[in-house]
Design a binder for this molecule. Structure first.
Ligand SMILES: [Zn+2]
Length: 275
């Protein structure tokens, strides 16, 4: 009995030694403020993301599904560029991240942003939702917010602390051989694992503030969710599997989109007068 408690104590001490409590972002108008426990460094996670992303984009290129439509790519780049310009509201270092976005041709309804700003959006999302610029800004603002909050790093840390091994599903972009490496875990967290409800709420709130500051109507986040849920049916959008809907979500988005509305009005006013 005594021996096993000593063993348990030393294990938790060892885990504490590798554990760091951080708050990855400034709180913004939407007031996101929560301590996060990390057991892996940003550098390790970012390196893993860079590797997984490079491999996935190379695979997409090989399959002939990478950035097929120049006008569409330009549209997505223009939207994400405006969102990225607002990220210093939440963290100073984000302006210098190696941001990148690509459009993947597939029927899958999905979009994501890996750690350190490595993004992708699938044509299925753009086409099946017939998404407006404001709605695309809502999706990408949400995804960018996961990266700003380092939710992947947090999720990987959680897996490390519970000692859960995670099998990596290769899926569309051939990431199976990344295995249990950090790159494999980042890919898996991005493509396959649902976010915690808390992480989702944070990404929703930061996302609409980014959108509003960039001059996109924050209320589009509500429309986007309604469109996603309508698609449902026998083949629900992949995006919903990593972003589990919950009852309060639309209400929360409605409430916070009103909170950031003055930022949107101000951004639009500035654009209209060319200042
Ligand atoms: Zn999310």
């Amino acid at each position: 009995m005594l021996r096993s408690s000593i063993a348990a104590v030393s294990v938790s001490l060892a885990m504490l030694a590798g554990c760091q409590t951080v708050d990855t972002t400034k709180s913004g108008v939407v007031g996101v403020d929560r301590d996060q426990r990390m057991m892996v460094s940003s550098d390790e996670v970012n390196a893993g993301a860079a590797k997984a992303y490079a491999q996935m984009m190379a695979e997409a290129q090989k399959k002939g599904v990478l950035d097929k439509d120049a006008a569409q790519v330009q549209r997505i780049q223009a939207i994400t560029k405006r969102l990225i310009a607002q990220t210093p509201t939440f963290r100073d270092d984000a302006a210098k991240w190696p941001w990148e976005v690509h459009v993947i041709t597939t029927d899958e309804v999905n979009a994501w942003c890996m750690p350190h700003g490595k993004m992708a959006i699938y044509t299925g999302l753009i086409q099946k939702l017939n998404a407006t610029d404001d709605e695309i800004a809502a999706v990408m603002g949400h995804e960018i917010s996961h990266a700003l909050r380092e939710h992947s790093r947090e999720q990987i840390s959680r897996q490390m602390s519970t000692q859960l091994g995670v099998g990596v599903v290769g899926a569309l972009l051939g990431i199976g051989d990344l295995g249990q490496s950090i790159a494999g875990q980042v890919a898996n967290v991005t493509l396959n694992l649902p976010n915690s409800r808390q992480a989702e709420t944070e990404a929703d709130r930061i996302g609409i503030e980014l959108a509003a500051r960039a001059g996109f109507n924050p209320e589009a986040a509500v429309q986007l969710w309604e469109k996603m849920e309508k698609l449902g049916g026998s083949q629900p959008p992949k995006w919903l599997s990593t972003h589990p809907p919950h009852q309060d979500r639309i209400n929360d988005l409605r409430q916070y989109s009103q909170k950031v509305m003055p930022l949107y009005q101000a951004a639009k006013g500035t654009a209209a007068t060319g200042k």
